[in-house]
Design a protein around this ligand. Structure first.
Ligand SMILES: *Cc1c(COP(=O)(O)O)cnc(C)c1O
Length: 716
């Protein structure tokens, strides 16, 4: 029967229509699964599919929920993309069923106040959230039995708006939960799970959302419910906003509410064996675990209960800077914990001792870090240097009041970055060609990067140039938009060296160091045939006035005639801008005052993409630096040297390195126009850094050194 005859046959048409409709519904269902599993955020094929299905909404939002809506209304587009929808979908199914790569790991619950998975779920502020997001992605890739708990901030952190004077203003956008890839968690009756969190003379209710991060469910608590008191609805509104009162409420919801959410959602035999408190914000969790033991009669005193649960708990501290450690005054603690501490059988003074470093110091506030240290049998800093520094800072704080020196020693597990999230498309194609594809599944294995040593330098230069071009195109557009007339005509992708600097504008990070001697920087930039462009990005905390003035200083420099089109500030630093910057920069600059940078991860992302690292010997660089690969600032000294003279000496060292080593080598070209010596360094840098500073190496370390022994100790 011919097609026409088939169509003409009324019986066939009536049969075909439901079939067509079913096919359409199947495609939508597949697309929905692709949308609602955030694995798309590190799967280029799925991102390409979204882009191609709905170019306009995708470019505007980077959010597949918008893409899904637009595609659902256009059956023809859907049909056109049927093949790639089905391919991506079956690839996702296969991914979700991959065998686990790490055996005998107990079930882990990972608590953190922020997570950066994708820009369309803006519930993070910076480094801590990115690290937590990368932890989940790597745990998913490895097939670790890990679940995560956080908060659903309706207004997130803030969007940075730079005003006419270069000063940072903050804008807050309300997140519409219908428009992001999260879903309410439902109970057996199909109703949303709502949990009760104990507050003074009332109960705060929290609903639970779930975001799927590959194989890892991320549960997010949200107090914006009509049955809550008006001010309680705002508990989960802003990340790191508000005052101490808001902060303690958030931490009660995260720690106590978070555990109650797991109890409500998971069957008894699927509860976590080990709980990881990533930073002190979630440390009230330890109290709730102890309360459960007391309530069930498994322990008869708080001390006994606390020791019983200590093996379940791991704690990671993320900064040696005091402002990064929450501490609450005694009266605030009493206001919130009066009723609760009675369930723990503790007086107010006994309760305060859990959060005081020195039990004798009654003026000390209640520190969440100390609470975590008194609760968790395993604890670590996030680089080798930070482990040492943390041991000095917190070494005396043991598990119980009698436990001094502590049985639990401060350990060090260096951070890492999720390879597939941060590598640029051109570099990943280059890796496939030069290394084979094992680096994708096992980036932590050094052998998989070995062939970088023999990599084709022409191809490497081409990939680097393509990534640099993408960054410069955006920088140019931004500089036009700002009325600065775009990049200087000398600054072309084939020629220019891009020096990138993007991070939180806290003063200890010294964003202004490269501007210490502006005339010298002007001379270096204005080299005619050797163009240098410096690109800055970063937010200051809304209440960090010195940080905001630093932003202003950089923005004003970018508007200065001498730096026009050669020094640019990209506003609203976020995950998407970070990707652009770490992929396109040639040199990544990091200038903290040692030893205040616990680890830093943006440099790891940049070196993965073939940037060379120019950094103070602080954080991860203190253990990673080797002569001949990147450049070291400072002499690895900290402490008493810190001060203006020290800053001036390091500013000079920075400019000397740029003038006498970095620029000459980058602009030394062979007959093909490639900087051969430079590319040798780049290849060696990637080969050495990519495996060691991958999130997969980091998560394996947590599994081997923390989770597995903790699980064994809990079971014993
Ligand atoms: C990686 C990243 C960070 C953390 O990098 P640092 O080196 O610690 O500054 C912060 N913010 C964003 C958006 C990032 O992608």
């Amino acid at each position: 029967m011919s097609n026409t005859a088939e169509l003409a046959d009324p019986r066939m048409v009536s049969e075909r229509t439901p079939r067509v409709r079913k096919r359409r519904d199947d495609l939508i269902r597949c697309l929905e699964q692709l949308t609602y599993n955030l694995r798309w955020s590190w799967n280029p094929r799925t991102r390409e599919l979204f882009q191609s299905l709905a170019p306009e909404p995708w470019a505007r939002t980077n959010n597949p929920v918008a893409t899904l809506r637009s595609a659902t209304n256009e059956p023809d587009r859907l049909a056109e993309h049927a093949e790639s929808i089905l391919e991506c979908h079956s690839d996702l199914e296969q991914y979700l069923n991959n065998p686990t790569q790490v055996k005998n790991v107990p079930r882990i619950a990972y608590f953190c106040a922020e997570f950066a998975i994708a820009e369309s779920l803006p519930i993070y502020s910076g480094g801590l959230g990115v690290l937590a997001g990368d932890h989940l992605k790597a745990a998913s890739d490895l097939g670790l039995p890990l679940i995560a708990v956080g908060l659903m901030y309706r207004y997130g952190y803030f969007r940075q708006v730079i005003d006419d004077t270069g000063y940072q203003r903050e804008a807050y956008d309300r997140l519409d939960t219908d428009s992001v890839a999260v879903r309410p968690v439902l109970n057996a009756q199909g109703a949303p799970v709502v949990i009760d969190v104990p507050f003074p003379s009332r109960t705060v209710h929290a609903r639970v959302w779930v975001a799927r991060v590959g194989r890892v469910p991320l549960y997010l608590l949200d107090t914006d419910l009509a049955e809550n008191r008006e001010d309680d609805r705002w508990i989960t509104s802003h990340l790191y906003g508000g005052d101490q009162d808001t902060r303690i409420r958030q931490e009660i919801v995260l720690g106590i509410g978070g555990l109650r959410a797991l109890r409500a959602i998971l069957p008894t035999d699927a509860q976590a064996d080990v709980m990881h408190m990533n930073e002190g914000h979630s440390a009230f969790l330890a109290l709730e675990l102890a309360r459960e033991r007391l309530a069930s009669g498994a322990a008869s005193s708080f001390d006994e209960a606390a020791l019983q649960v200590a093996n379940k708990l791991a704690f990671t501290t993320h900064t040696p800077v005091a402002a990064g450690h929450d501490a609450f005054p005694s009266d605030l603690i009493e206001a919130y914990f009066n009723g609760y501490r009675q369930q723990l059988g503790l007086t107010h003074d006994e309760f305060m001792l859990r959060g005081r470093r020195d039990p004798e110091a009654i003026w000390e506030r209640f520190s969440m870090t100390v609470l975590a240290l008194r609760s968790a049998a395993r604890r670590n800093g996030v680089s080798q240097l930070h482990g040492t520094v943390s041991k000095e800072m917190w070494g005396g704080v043991g598990l119980t009041m009698r436990d001094a020196p502590p049985a639990a020693e401060m350990d060090a597990i260096t951070n890492g970055v999720h390879t597939a999230t941060w590598v640029g498309p051109e570099m990943s194609t280059l890796f496939d060609q030069q290394l084979g594809t094992d680096w994708r599944t096992l980036p932590e294995v050094a052998r998989n990067w070995k062939a970088m040593a023999r990599a084709d330098k022409g191809a490497l230069w081409t990939a680097r140039t393509a990534q640099r071009a993408r960054l410069l195109a955006q920088v140019d557009a931004m500089a036009r938009h700002e009325g600065l007339g775009g990049l200087h005509p000398d600054v072309t992708p084939e020629k220019a060296l891009v020096l990138g600097f993007a991070r939180r504008f806290a003063t200890y990070k010294r964003a202004g160091l490269v501007l210490t001697d502006p005339e010298r920087l002007v001379r270096l930039m204005d080299g005619g045939n050797r163009p240098l462009v410096v690109v800055f990005a970063g937010k200051a905390h809304p209440r960090d006035e010195p940080g905001k003035l630093l932003v202003q200083r950089i923005v004003q420099a970018s508007r200065d005639e001498r730096f026009r089109g050669r020094l640019v500030f990209l506003d609203n630093y976020d995950v998407e801008i970070a990707r652009l910057l770490v992929q396109g920069s040639d040199v990544w600059m990091n200038t903290p005052r040692r030893p205040q940078e616990a680890s830093g991860t943006s440099g790891m992302k940049a070196t993965l993409n073939g940037a060379l690292h120019l950094s103070e010997l602080d954080g991860w660089w203190d253990e990673a630096y080797e002569p001949g690969i990147g450049w070291a600032l400072g002499e690895g000294l900290s402490g008493d040297l810190v001060g203006e003279a020290h800053d001036a000496a390091e500013a000079k060292q920075l400019m000397d390195l740029l003038e006498f080593e970095i620029l000459p080598e980058f602009f030394e070209r062979n007959e093909h126009g490639h900087p051969e010596r430079w590319l040798d360094r780049v290849a060696r840098s990637i080969q050495s850094m990519a495996p060691r500073f991958s999130a997969q190496r980091m998560v394996r370390e947590y599994a081997e050194r923390f989770y597995t022994p903790a699980g064994a100790a809990v079971a014993a």
